[in-house]
Write a protein that binds this ligand. Sequence first.
Ligand SMILES: CC(C)(COP(=O)(O)OP(=O)(O)OC[C@H]1O[C@@H](n2cnc3c(N)ncnc32)[C@H](O)[C@@H]1OP(=O)(O)O)[C@@H](O)C(=O)NCCC(=O)NCCS
Length: 231
Amino acid sequence: MIETLLPEEVRAGEAFGADGSAVLHPEEAVLVAAATEERREEFTTVRGCARRALAALGLPPTPVLPGKRNVPQWPAGVVGSMTHCAGYRAAVLARDTDLVAVGIDAEPDLPLPRGVLESIALPQELVWARTPVTGAARLCRDRLLFSAKEAVYKTWYPLVGTELDFDDAALSFRTDEHLPAGGPRRGTFRARVLRPGTAPDGRPVTEFTGRWLAERGLVVTAIAVPARRAA
Ligand SMILES: CC(C)(COP(=O)(O)OP(=O)(O)OC[C@H]1O[C@@H](n2cnc3c(N)ncnc32)[C@H](O)[C@@H]1OP(=O)(O)O)[C@@H](O)C(=O)NCCC(=O)NCCS
């Protein structure tokens, strides 16, 4: 599912429930030794996803440990992102010669808890998110907005290395037309970043474009930032 939102150079692993065959490295296991069973399971399953993505890139199954501000630490030359929510876990990876950053997020396609939308949305986003979408294209716009902002953060932070608040990015969405009734709904989004930031290659980071998908009771968002190619 997640691969359909990302360029072909990206490798992904995903799971729609617990993966009993996923195993932690000892240095990973110690991090969740005192965690709840639920946290241990998602942490383990998503690392199983990451190891499948590493294998698809031709890389060994190294541990995936949290770094500064919990950013997952990938092998040299690799960028990636991970997400987990009820009923879904995914990891995506790419060579840094193809992408300079990638960020993904998944959420249940359900309304946000009361009060959350107001705390994450800019005025224009609030108007859009409060417009209900019914019929074949039914979708919880508030949850899509939240997921896309999380994907923005997961792309931004490893790339720029500074914090980004919910009101630091202004999002707008498009929905693909002519989708078959009852099938997945999908589209694109644009995030204008309202705070200055610079990528390690010196590029100013002012906006991201992403893709979204609503399917199987989930809302999934993904952003990929291409590497600058030599002319
Ligand atoms: C860190 C955060 C983005 C995680 O999102 P989430 O929806 O709660 O959780 P998900 O399951 O989708 O993702 C969790 C994974 O994100 C990754 N992650 C955590 N911190 C990260 C960071 N700073 N940068 C990139 N990825 C990060 C980790 O891989 C983590 O999985 P793990 O703990 O098993 O290693 C979120 O908790 C957060 O702090 N948000 C506030 C900042 C923000 O979103 N600002 C909006 C800007 S527009």
